[in-house]
Design a binder for this molecule. Structure first.
Ligand code: G6P
Ligand code: MG
Length: 218
């Protein structure tokens, strides 16, 4: 029986995944590091540090240089999210959050981002979520299950009663490792290992999704 849904934030409820990508692209260009949209796909959902390390692809940097680059990318990102508003919620997001509330299903956010609180506030959905687990909540980031387990605990729910909605391969992996049901949003090449794969939340109704999830064997 499903009692809670834990949403990833960037790329699921809002298109800030695009802003993360642009921030990394600008940093890569400045540093002369080869990077593009395709390379970014593997970085979705990863923490700031893990993303940078993946981008560096084994090139060594001092800790000081790493810190500076992470800070620079975050400055670009903060510039992008300055104007985030409720208009930046992806199609279907608010409708689904409201349906879940009406159905008595608890709602959590499980985002690796240290900027999640600010984004959620700007999106105007703070009162539609019961708990927020973010980049400050746990030390081991996705694909480790820790962030989603943290969210489930905050909601007072056992993992097997939770569903995770994710756009990232690392996030789907984290959800499965947590023993939760996983809904992947996006191409099967990215989220194909999820129990249910959908293009986006647009037009998604809780009753339909619940029906799909109840057929999952585990
Ligand atoms: C999210 C995004 C990642 C991002 C990570 C850390 O999970 O999907 O692309 O790297 O958060 O975000 P932060 O805002 O802390 O740099
Ligand atoms: Mg995401």
């Amino acid at each position: 029986e499903i009692q809670g849904v834990i949403f990833d934030l960037d790329g699921v409820l809002t298109e800030t995944a695009e802003y993360h990508y642009r921030g990394w692209q600008r940093l890569a260009d400045e540093e002369g590091i080869p990077f593009n949209r395709e390379a970014n796909e593997a970085m979705r959902g990863l923490s700031r540090r893990d993303s940078l390390l993946l981008m560096l692809n084994g090139q060594s940097r001092t800790e000081e240089q790493l810190e500076e680059m992470m800070e620079r990318k975050n400055r670009y990102y903060l510039e992008f999210i300055k104007d985030v508003s409720p208009a930046d919620l992806l199609p279907g997001a608010v409708e689904l959050l409201d349906e879940l509330r009406a159905a008595g299903i608890k709602v959590g956010i499980g985002s690796a981002s240290k900027n999640a609180q600010e984004v959620i506030q700007r999106l105007g959905i703070s009162d539609r979520v019961d708990t927020i687990s973010d980049g400050y909540s746990v030390t081991r980031s996705k694909p480790a299950p820790d962030l989603f387990l943290h969210a489930a605990e905050q909601l007072g729910l056992a993992p097997e009663h939770c569903v995770v909605v994710e756009d990232a391969a690392s996030g789907v992996e984290a959800a499965l490792a947590a023993g939760m049901l996983a809904v992947g949003l996006g191409p099967v090449e990215r989220v194909g290992v999820a129990h249910v794969v959908l293009p986006s939340l647009e037009g998604v109704q809780w009753a339909d999704l619940l029906a799909k999830l109840s057929h999952v064997e585990r």
